[in-house]
Design a protein around this ligand. Sequence first.
Ligand SMILES: [Mn+2]
Length: 465
Amino acid sequence: MLGISFFLCYDIWTETDKIIHLDRNNNYLSKENGMKVYITGHRNPDLDSVCSAYAYAALKSKLDPDNEYIAVRCGHLSESCKSILAALEINVPPYMPNVFPKVSDVMIDADSHVDIDSPLKSLAGNYSDSNPSVVPIYENDKFTGLMSVDDIAAWLMKELSENEVPTHSPTIREVMRTPGQTLQTEDLFEEAKISLKASQKRGLAVFEGKEYKGFVTRRCFLHVPKYNVILVDHNEPKQSIKGIEEANILEIVDHHRLDAIKTTLPIFIDAEPLGSTCTIVYQLYLRNNVVPDKDVAKALLTGMISDTLILKSPTTTQIDVESAKALAGIIGVDIKEFGSEMFSHTQGLASTDPETAILADFKRYTEKGVSIGIGQCEVNSLHDLEEYKAAFLKALRGIRKKNGLDWAVVMITNVISENSVLLTTNYRSVKHLPYTQLEEGVLVMPGVMSRKKQLLPVMLYTLGM
Ligand SMILES: [Mn+2]
């Protein structure tokens, strides 16, 4: 399937009747088999990433039923994300670690069952039709190995070296030689290609675990298959699914700064400085006159509420507010109640591993030769801060050291009361921060909710003091 879609893309340059192009609804038109398109958010996926991937896959499937749109996530979810998605009964996109081409993308599924005790000549039909270089052979319906044309030639040459003509018509068992090495469906295309070359065999059998799945021949490796991918909630290749450099990027829908990968073909990009990617996806529903169903609306509102901290973060725009209202209407909920309910499933920080919690959303910046790291954790109450603050400060010092940072901080944001507490390592600029210090390493930041719009600029400013 992937091989086919690769050729279709390639055909843009060669055959106009097989062209894939975008129609006015951004559908990929092809007259051939449907292609598989994977929609993924960034690594360390957050709610906006998984929800926008899910909702956009639903929209694309509706607009373009000829192709298959599959939402995936390229990383593992935090415990908080997991419990929120579970509580809201939102479908979690399956985990897909990479888009490197694999053996499963080029292997041939064998549908014919040739038994090892059948006469060799029973294959005469196969050879007159298609000239297979290998044929999968079974014994009592269990795969035993691949018989290659080399096996037949070797048997024949041995016969001819001893007799004028072959003495008898052999069975496959007599002709077939010992099986060679095998491959796994998940093996990488490039590595499998090298294995096959080195094996001197014409084909290798492919297994998934212990189960026989098909085989590959040298012909399978003539063209590199490419995965088709749509990126949501990110555009930088280093934040994307592994192997993205080798994939076809078909679209980008995002609300971050642009540092995208170079593409071969013109692509659809919707990058807008809105509060969440889910808001952009909702705008795409509107533009295409599609009303999201309740499940999709719930996912979209979840991503929006999560990225904008219940529409309170300074990244929130009027479009986010209006979109959230419309979605809340579809679901039949009150935004504030929905948000509080959602964040009530966030894991309390006292029960988490401090390092994991800080690194779950940790961004690094280098400015004026100073390297800083800022983590952010969202909570719905700061009443239990006493219980975990010492452990968090200790973890923060460890993170600073391990990552060679000059200054490491974590902002713990109460999304309900719209305040944050800043935990910080010892650094000379701490005394210049315009926040009240409660005790060493602990500062209160009333009204501060955004790392990129509020805290980061202040921290960068103090570096020059
Ligand atoms: Mn986002």
